[in-house]
Design a protein. Sequence first.
Length: 610
Amino acid sequence: MSISRIALVGNPNCGKTALFNQLTGSRQKVANYAGVTVERKEGRFTAPSGRVFSLLDLPGAYSLDATSPDEVITRDICLGRRAGEAVPELIVCVVDATNLRLHLRFVLEVKRLGRPMVLALNMMDAARKRGVTIDREELQRQLGMDVIETVAIQTGGAQDLVAHLDKVVAKDMAAPVVHEGEVHDQVRKILAAAVVMPTATSGIDDTIDRWVLHPVFGLAILALVMFFIFQAVFSWAEPLMDGITEGVTVTGEWFAATLPDGLLRSLVVDGLFAGLGAVLVFLPQILILFFFILVLEESGYLPRAAFLLDRLMFKAGLTGRSFIPLLSSFACAIPGIMATRSIQDPRDRLTTILVAPLMTCSARLPVYTLLIAAFIPASTVWGIFNLQGIVLFVLYVAGIVSAMAVAWFIKRMRKDKSEHALLMELPSYRMPGARNVAIGLWERALIFLRRVTTIILSLTVLLWFLSTFPAPPEGATLPAIDYSLAGQLGRLMEPVFAPIGFNWQICIALIPGLAAREVAVAALGTVYAMSGSEEAVAAQLGPLIAAQWSLATALSLLAWYVFAPQCMSTLAVIRRETNSWRTVAVSAGYLFGLAYLAAFLTYQITKALT
Ligand SMILES: Nc1nc2c(ncn2[C@@H]2O[C@H](COP(=O)(O)OP(=O)(O)OP(=O)(O)O)[C@@H](O)[C@H]2O)c(=O)[nH]1
Ligand SMILES: [Mg+2]
């Protein structure tokens, strides 16, 4: 049986991806701001009759005159210009029923293509709640196409749409009649005929915005929100981390006591437990961070923050549009860099891509936390703040401030005097659904565990191997690792890194840490377990380095991690998104340069002071 190909198109933030997930059972990212989806995603579903549909989720677009790379994808697919992709047989145009005035313009534009299409009148729940009455049949008549109500975030909220799609056969469906005339007038006419707006608009959004968008209170609220998150990452995670540490230690010790002395025991205890265990304990912190990111994304607050920071960001050489890509980079630079596709100006986009790796991604958390917990006392400052939380906050701020400085420098270099206006939609505030947040967290946990069991596991085993062989000669006096390949390599690198205070163990950890940042923690766990006392399993890594490193070395390593581009995947994405090796070289070059400089200054100054 043939498969019917359908594409979801519409303005940004109207619920296309929510509808896509509902229909296909996928888990694509849904969030309450424009520009979430930036690439084409395909899925399938089977209607009750057994008919199979292939469904495309596309980036949102304001019009078919694309102005940003994500809109280009949508335009090309709608126009059948995309190489290797046939035009969809049926276009499902999705609109936000609470915002028809804006969204119908795009519907009329797509209609001009003269292709079979239906209209999904989404967010009907929100429209009803607000008292917007829509005469569906009249709307159908006015538009000359079928109109189906949907609630994409409710189970069964797309049933009518499925039933409808199941009935129609795109081939038989007449292309809609194309009306000539000014779009604005047409929209007004359609609205007058089919929609009754409530007389009094809901004032809740406006009331919140009066505070949140206030030039002074707004910034204070933003700072407070951010600060609260870092405090929470530290204080809430502690009991959970202690629990995991305890579990890892007890199991590790059991293995150490049970397995016979030999290579296998070394691999399990020094490699797996000391290495992987050291990373695993950071799961709670990562989940707490993501909890806040998920809630913020769904709340509708983010575009407001972008709006608030626009002037500041413009002075620094960025635009408010860079805000969401940069914020996403706190989770991981890869989606952050991809999200720059919704930035129209190519130069702004490039600047954002270059500074995105400076945002503190969640893979840095294990490194930061390990060092902070080992070297910064958990004392309380001014009665309420946790000193460790403050240091973490400062590290995040260091990343942000450097990003601004670099962007400012780039802007100066290109002598950019352009004016700009930020046009950004402010979506309605929305209560994040507990279920969605839970699913989001579950997925993050899976991603993290997958990383631990794949890349981190394999690199840890590799490192264990390099630290074990060749075996020490007869009558050797130093720990075995000193004679191994890894030991020799570390010593070879040491002179280069000595001015910034890194010992050879850190040097070794930096190499696998190039592939992914957290691996450095696992690597340190393994290296110390191999070079030291027998019982040095995962949990003891913190106290161990606290005893062996100077404060200057620890702070220097923190400074290094604020800048160093220790992530191959980020560099690969920069290459893909900019299509230029030169940009990759510039990016890696300047980040390593800054890392070395910052670590050098930190080390020398701290050493002089302590
Ligand atoms: N109340 C309500 N909210 C919805 C509905 N459908 C989607 N949403 C919410 O609307 C927001 C946007 O949903 P998305 O699916 O990300 O929108 P999109 O059209 O894919 O957006 P872009 O990818 O940016 O073009 C999210 O906050 C969803 O939870 C609905 O039917 N009712
Ligand atoms: Mg989407």
